[in-house]
Design a protein around this ligand. Structure first.
Ligand code: DQQ
Length: 535
């Protein structure tokens, strides 16, 4: 189907056709990274959910494999829903996933690879005694899903947690097990936050306070904080918080109650949901994936014949400098796609101006930008305008300034990725990092929003951003990945050779000097596994 074929991406993972949502059970096994995903093999809208499967040597080039699990048993006949992998010390692999039963009850099921010596893990065996977990008393049948990777405590018992709700309070239940067949519900919730509704796709993992590696899921103790992430069904946003895990009673407490799960930080302020992380034992890092949904209509998706993508896998680390944020960064393997680069030392962008960057085609890019700010005058009024504003057209003394991405020559389509500084009456300055989709496409019936959030810019730092551009996806990482925004856009003019990149400064009281390094990125190969070539 050629409709909107330019919206296909060049290096983001997406199936050849039909619907995809959450990333499932990522793991590394015998030289291959495995990604499973919620997949409808029959249509470009959600339904008939199976587990799609793909493998990669480097997290960038992917080979599609046959579907790993289909809804074919009473305990998952209405959907093989989201789940996670656990690698056991003896080399076995345990997959726990949610099944929607013949009665639409959400239960947890166990599956294992038929043949562990198969690097491709092609065949999966569902445990005949499934389900291994049913909703406990007090939990409604449709509020019990998405088991995490298990972690093991000093008592030798494995723990999993999974999301639910109790009234309007979002909760995460904890179970212990030794054999992944029999489970015991713990007395306490791992955590609960009133008013946040149903928690989907809970993720729970340690991060190192001082180290620069990721941590295996069971690591705990000195020098470790724990991240709790919940995907809020009500808002379709992925909230996280940093805190402390108490193994004695399997509870977790946020460092800052005002920045708790569901009310504090987001992994990504744009189009992003249902993320899942895993520990990569090959490179000692924690990698997280997120689902980029569509913002067009279902009928357009049906016409296109496909819907949704996955983000570039991101390295996740604790931000030592702030102590309050995670850092998310595209895995280093993306750099293998870099072709020629161009550098711009100090491009002056005066108030109210737009400066084209002569880089040729601008559809597949890896951009680094750093901005120096020069005050022109002290502003007559100090705007109290904190936030991203109504988009990049709203001018204040200190912003917005940044880049116009996936723009055409006449600027009829463009997506500004920008900073906006707000001086408060006390003279303090806060910085917002934003993406404005409102002029990203001339196509009708597309949800176009202004996304963004505050990003800490420390006294020894300048506002900086890394931006990955891939035809219809813009992943923007502010201040080394403290604040991340994914934009799903649908250009109709700014496509292929017509796509351009510009600098802009819509502030009224500052000059901006931009320093940039921009790489053209090659396409990744993402295609069926070449079984025939091998046999
Ligand atoms: N998607 C799955 C559920 C999960 C939701 C169903 C989140 O398991 O809660 O496709 O997007």
């Amino acid at each position: 189907n050629a409709m909107f074929s330019w919206q296909r991406t060049a290096f983001h993972f997406q199936p050849e056709k039909n619907w995809m949502n959450d990333p499932n059970g990522p793991l590394y096994h015998k030289g291959w990274y495995h990604l499973f995903y919620q997949y409808n093999p029959d249509s470009a809208v959600w339904g008939n959910i199976t587990w799609g499967h793909a493998v990669s040597k480097d997290l960038i080039h992917w080979l599609y494999l046959p579907i790993a699990m289909v809804p074919d048993r009473w305990f998952d006949i209405n959907g093989v829903w989201t789940g996670s992998a656990t690698l056991l010390p003896d080399g076995k692999i345990v997959m726990l996933y949610t099944g929607s039963t013949d009665k639409y009850v959400q239960v947890q099921n166990l599956a294992t690879p038929a043949n562990l010596s198969d690097p491709l893990l092609l065949d999966w065996v569902k445990y005949p005694g499934n389900p291994v977990l049913e909703p406990p008393p007090g939990i409604l049948p449709k509020d019990f899903r998405d088991p995490t990777t298990a972690w093991i405590g000093p008592d030798g018992k494995w723990r999993i947690t999974l999301g639910s709700k109790f009234g309007r309070t979002g909760i995460s239940l904890v179970y212990t097990t030794t054999d992944f067949i029999h489970y015991k519900l713990q007395k306490h919730y791992l955590h609960a936050v009133p008013g946040t509704g149903m928690w989907e796709c809970v993720d729970f993992y340690p991060v190192s306070i001082n180290g620069s590696n990721g941590l295996e899921t069971s690591v705990n103790g000195e020098g470790v904080k724990h991240v709790l992430k919940a995907s809020l069904d009500d808002t379709k946003l992925d909230y996280y918080a940093l805190g402390t895990y108490f193994i004695q009673n399997d509870t977790w407490r946020p460092d800052d109650p005002l920045m708790d799960v569901g009310i504090g930080l987001l992994y990504d302020y744009g189009r992003y949901y249902a993320s899942k992380s895993f520990y990569d034992q090959k490179k000692q890092r924690r990698i997280s994936w997120g689902w980029i949904g569509e913002t067009d209509t279902e009928s357009d998706d049906l016409k296109k014949g496909w819907a949704s993508l996955q983000t570039i896998p991101r390295d996740v680390l604790f931000d030592k400098k702030t102590g309050t944020h995670l850092l998310q960064w595209p895995v280093e393997e993306i750099e293998s796609l870099r072709l020629r680069s161009q550098e711009f030392e100090s491009v002056l962008v005066k108030p109210g101006s737009v400066v084209p960057l002569q880089i040729g085609s601008a559809t597949q890019l890896d951009i680094f930008a750093e901005f120096e700010i020069e005050s022109l005058r002290s502003p007559e009024t100090v705007e109290n305008s904190v936030g991203c504003g109504r988009g990049a057209v709203e001018r204040t003394s200190f912003g917005p300034f940044g880049l116009l991405v996936i723009a055409d020559d006449s600027l009829s389509e463009l997506t500004p990725i920008y900073f906006r500084l707000s001086k408060t009456r006390h003279g303090n300055s806060t910085t917002f990092f934003c993406a404005d989709e409102t002029r990203s496409s001339k196509a009708p019936e597309i949800s176009k929003q202004v996304h963004g959030s505050e990003v800490p810019v420390l006294s020894d730092e300048k506002p900086s951003a890394r931006i990955l551009v891939d035809h219809s996806i813009i992943e923007s990482f502010g201040q080394g990945g403290r604040t991340v925004i994914t934009s799903r856009v649908y250009p109709t003019e700014a496509i292929y050779g017509a796509a351009r990149l510009f600098l802009f400064n819509n502030a009224t009281a500052i000059n901006v000097k931009a320093k940039l390094k921009i790489w053209q990125l090659n396409s990744a190969f993402i295609r069926p596994f070449p079984f025939d070539d091998v046999q």
